[in-house]
Design a protein around this ligand. Structure first.
Ligand SMILES: NC(=O)c1ccc[n+]([C@@H]2O[C@H](COP(=O)([O-])OP(=O)(O)OC[C@H]3O[C@@H](n4cnc5c(N)ncnc54)[C@H](O)[C@@H]3O)[C@@H](O)[C@H]2O)c1
Length: 344
C-alpha cells in the first residue's frame, strides 16, 4: 500500500445531489473538530445550477464542473487531495472512480459499485494496480443495529428482508434491485458466507420504466433461504430484516436502529401446548445509536490513514452486484414466461 497522508486528509465529494449532500454534511461535521481527520478540498458537480448554489454554502472550497478539472488543479498544486467519495449516478460511477484511482486518490464509491461486472472488475484492478483504498458505500454494514447483532449470529437459516420506500423521482437510472435491494443483499451475503444455489424472482415496473417492486427468494448452498422484498412505490417506509436461527428469532429495524430477540427454550420430551409460550424469552439488546453514513466515512478515512483494507471491499461490492444482476436476469426471464410485457 502507498504511504498515508501526513496531515489531515484532503477530501473531495464528487456529485452533490441528493445523497452527495449528505456526504458533504458529514465531511463538514468531521472537519469542524479541533483534531479534524479530514478537510474538504473540493466539490465536483456537473450541474451548473447546483454548482452555483454550492458557492454560498462552501465559500472556502474549490468547486469544479468535472473530475478532470479537479485533477488538473491538484496536479498544478492548487489543491491537496488524497481521497474522494463518488456520489454521481450509478451509470457514471466507473468513469469517475477510474479517473480518481488512476490519479492516485483513494475512493469511496456509493453503492452499487458500478453498473456492470466489467466496470466493477476494472475498478478493482485499478485500485490494486495503484495501491489505492477502494470502499463501496453499503452503509447498512455500519448501521449500529447490524454492528450489534454480529456477536449473536450463529446459524441463520431463514431471512425475511423488507425495504419499502415512497416514490421519489431519483435513482431512476437503475431499477429497485440496484437502488434499494442491494443494501439487504449485502447484509445477507456478509452474514451467510455461502454460495447461492438457486434463485427465483418477480419484479414489475410501476411508475418508472424499470422494475420498481420486486420479490426474490434465494437458497444458499448451506440450505439457508432468504426472501427479499423491495419497493420504491410503497405508501410507507419500511427497513427491516428478520431472521431465524436455531431456538432464536432476530428482528432488526434499520431505521429505528433497534434489535429484538425472541429465544425459545428447548423443552424436553413431547411439546406441551399449554406451556409452549412460557418457553419464550423476549429481549432487546442495547444498541449505541449513530449515523451509518458518518460511521462509514469515518471507517473509510481510517483505512486511508492506516493504509488498511476497507471494511466493504471492491470484491464484496462486486459480489453484491453480481447477485443483483442475476436477480435482474431472473426477473426478465419470469416476465417473459408470464407475459408481463403489458406492465411496461
Ligand atoms: N447509500 C445509500 O443509502 C444511498 C442513498 C441514495 C443514493 N445512493 C447512491 O448515491 C449515488 C447518487 O445518488 P443521488 O440520489 O444522490 O443522485 P442525484 O441525481 O440526486 O445526484 C447525483 C449528482 O451527481 C451530479 N453528476 C452527475 N454526473 C456527474 C459527473 N460526471 N461529475 C460530477 N457530477 C456529476 C449530478 O448533477 C447530480 O447533482 C447513486 O449511486 C446512488 O445509488 C446511495
Amino acid at each position: 500500500m502507498a504511504s498515508a497522508p501526513a496531515q489531515s486528509i484532503g477530501f473531495a465529494v464528487i456529485g452533490a445531489g441528493a445523497f452527495g449532500s449528505n456526504h458533504l454534511r458529514v465531511i463538514r461535521e468531521l472537519s469542524a473538530a479541533s483534531d479534524a481527520p479530514v478537510r474538504l478540498a473540493a466539490i465536483v458537480e456537473s450541474d451548473p445550477r447546483r454548482a452555483r448554489a454550492l458557492h454560498s454554502g462552501f465559500p472556502h472550497t474549490r468547486i469544479f464542473a468535472n473530475v478532470d478539472a479537479c485533477l488538473a488543479a491538484r496536479a498544478a498544486g492548487e489543491i491537496e487531495l488524497h481521497a474522494a467519495s463518488v456520489c454521481v449516478p450509478t451509470s457514471a460511477h466507473a468513469a469517475v472512480a477510474s479517473a480518481l484511482l488512476q490519479a492516485g486518490i483513494d475512493v469511496l464509491v456509493e453503492k452499487p459499485i458500478a453498473a456492470s461486472l466489467a466496470e466493477a472488475d476494472a475498478l478493482i484492478e485499478l485500485a490494486s494496480r495503484h495501491q489505492r483504498i477502494l470502499q463501496i458505500g453499503h452503509l447498512e454494514r455500519f448501521n449500529p443495529a447490524v454492528l450489534a447483532v454480529h456477536p449473536y449470529i450463529h446459524m441463520p437459516m431463514f431471512f425475511e428482508a423488507h425495504r419499502l420506500s415512497i416514490f421519489t423521482p431519483r435513482s431512476l437510472d437503475v431499477d429497485v434491485i440496484l437502488d434499494l435491494m442491494v443494501h439487504d443483499i449485502d447484509i445477507v451475503l456478509s452474514l451467510v458466507q455461502s454460495p447461492v444455489r438457486s434463485l427465483q424472482a418477480v419484479g414489475l415496473p410501476v411508475l418508472s420504466r424499470k422494475v420498481d417492486i420486486a420479490n426474490v427468494r434465494i437458497e444458499f448452498a448451506s440450505g439457508c433461504v432468504a426472501n427479499f422484498t423491495a419497493s420504491r412505490v410503497s405508501t410507507e417506509r419500511v427497513r427491516k430484516l428478520r431472521f431465524f436461527q436455531p431456538h432464536q428469532y432476530v428482528s432488526i429495524d434499520y431505521a429505528r436502529q433497534d434489535l429484538l430477540f425472541i429465544d425459545v427454550k428447548p423443552q424436553p420430551g413431547a411439546p406441551d401446548p399449554g406451556s409452549m409460550l412460557s418457553g419464550l424469552a423476549v429481549s432487546k439488546p442495547s444498541v449505541t445509536p449513530g449515523e451509518p453514513l458518518r460511521l462509514e466515512i469515518e471507517s473509510f478515512l481510517e483505512s486511508v490513514r492506516a493504509r488498511q483494507q476497507s471494511r466493504v471491499t471492491g470484491q464484496e461490492g462486486r459480489a453484491v452486484l453480481a447477485l443483483a444482476l442475476d436477480i435482474n436476469a431472473a426477473i426478465a426471464e419470469h416476465a417473459t414466461r408470464a407475459h408481463l410485457d403489458r406492465f411496461v
